[in-house]
Design a protein around this ligand. Sequence first.
Ligand SMILES: *[C@@H]1O[C@H](CO)[C@@H](O)[C@H](O)[C@H]1NC(C)=O
Length: 113
Amino acid sequence: MKFAATTLLIPTALAFTGRMTYYQPGLGACGKTNSANDAIVAIGHDRWTSSNPNKDPLCSKSINISHNGKTVKAKVVDKCMGCGANDIDVSPAIFKQFGSLGTGVIQVNWNFV
Ligand SMILES: *[C@@H]1O[C@H](CO)[C@@H](O)[C@H](O)[C@H]1NC(C)=O
């Protein structure tokens, strides 16, 4: 039996714990342009498998981000070069739902949905 690499890199049944930071979105790895007000997320470069990132399976995914009993959904649109596999980089709009931007980093749980 053969498992696609994406089975390991984009599991839907697993929750991850990592650092959430924020950035100013622009033209993302999925080929779409986003702004600070969009509910979007950049996923760590380790999870990207396609030679053409516009066509990566991640680009059709969203994740749920949870912290302190609150859950917010964000669409994957970009690759985070400075992130570990369990870290996420989100738009200011998403980050502000969990804390002030001045906080800089928040430990969160997240999963693919
Ligand atoms: C994602 O979060 C939403 C609430 O924002 C919730 O309704 C939904 O069930 C969650 N889905 C998964 C798969 O965690």
